[in-house]
Design a protein around this ligand. Structure first.
Ligand code: NAP
Length: 320
């Protein structure tokens, strides 16, 4: 009999690639949507040609009774919790909603698993943003958390909630601490997607300038279709644990912009720094060590950010 997995956040970037991977492995996939998200809007799943293979359920993860009914109805083997208000920038504008959804949803899911479905294996989408103010690089699984945004605070609270339920109740709960990862399906306001899309417009004469905030910060970027592999691998392990998923190197946002500009033959003067796009607080530099994921999960990853940018520019141009 095929395994059954529920994915929350299936309308997002990672949800779409993870659904594709699980379907390829023969899983029955149930995707969670919030009420106002009509399946017609699921462009990522449509793009991958898998929308018709997924069963959808409408659930408000802030209501525990809805979560319990979902588990009773679907009887999943695995639950991948990807739903979150995922924008750091937006979290400064909507801190309470961000914190509320990103934490209470996790409590509702874990209470349901603990009380009624303890056999379900659970994956939590944690974030490198939790490390924030970094003292030592690279980040490892043992680095100290010091979040610098409401988003990061919410993810840290959810992360510790998962650890608490794993340690206190012996549940199979694993957290993937993912560093930034990109794809064609990334929402348009995220940095790399925005740079590529708007640069293409500039190269065609449809736009004059690329407006950006602080581009001297450095991040560890990877490729989403490869990063979702680890979510699946973590739930196949006999024992749950937490893993950093990253490339192991950081690059400045400035270098990314100028690499894309060079490929599309755009003059550097088209980059405009806008104070409005600065964040109240920001991580200066961050990169992680992926040794644990590579050795314990046999995850192979060797793409540099330039490889990723080449792939993304090509896919974006192909779909113009
Ligand atoms: P994404 O594209 O922004 O997708 C977020 C998903 O969460 C969407 O399906 C969205 O549904 C859903 N969602 C947001 N608010 C919700 C709410 N109040 N109720 C129900 N659903 C809600 O994110 P992603 O890039 O795929 O990331 C997946 C997960 O990994 C997120 O938890 C994110 O925080 C985390 N993460 C991402 C990265 C990264 O670089 N991508 C790095 C570290 C961690 P709608 O379509 O209805 O809005």
């Amino acid at each position: 009999m095929s395994k059954r997995a529920i994915i929350s956040g299936i309308s997002g970037q990672d949800g779409a690639y993870l659904a594709q991977l699980l379907l390829d492995k023969g899983y029955e996939v149930v995707g969670l949507l919030r009420e106002n998200n009509h399946p017609d809007g699921l462009t990522g799943l449509e793009y991958l040609g898998i929308k018709d293979k997924i069963k959808f359920e409408y659930v408000n993860l802030l209501h525990i009774h809805e979560v319990e009914n979902l588990f009773d109805k679907v009887q999943p083997d695995e639950f991948y919790n990807l739903a979150a208000q995922s924008s750091v920038f937006k979290s400064f504008k909507e801190p309470i909603q961000t914190f509320q959804f990103n934490t209470i949803s996790v409590f509702n899911l874990l209470e349901t698993i603990k009380n009624k479905h303890p056999e379900v294996k659970f994956y939590q989408a944690s974030s490198s943003e939790m490390y924030g103010k970094v003292n030592n690089l690279p980040i490892t699984e043992n680095s100290v958390l010091h979040p610098l945004s409401p988003y990061a605070i919410s993810k840290a609270a959810a992360h510790f909630t998962c650890i608490h339920y794993r340690e206190s109740y012996g549940l199979h709960i694993s957290c993937g601490v993912l560093f930034n990862h990109e794809s064609y399906l990334r929402q348009e306001h995220f940095f790399v997607k925005k740079v590529i899309r708007e640069s293409i417009k500039i190269s065609k004469g449809e736009q004059q300038l690329l407006s950006v905030g602080n581009i001297d910060v450095k991040r560890d970027f990877g490729y989403a279709p490869k990063y979702v592999e680890v979510m699946y691998l973590m739930l196949q392990k006999e024992h749950p644990s937490d893993y950093l998923i990253c490339s192991g190197k950081s690059v400045s946002l400035r270098d990314i912009i100028f690499y894309v500009f060079e490929k599309l033959k755009i003059d550097k003067s088209a980059c405009k720094i806008s104070d409005e796009l600065y964040r109240p607080a920001d991580i200066e530099d961050i990169y992680g060590n992926n040794t644990k994921a590579k050795s314990e999960l046999n995850w192979d990853y060797d793409l540099s950010i330039l490889d990723v940018l080449d792939l993304l520019i090509e896919e974006e141009l192909k779909n113009q």
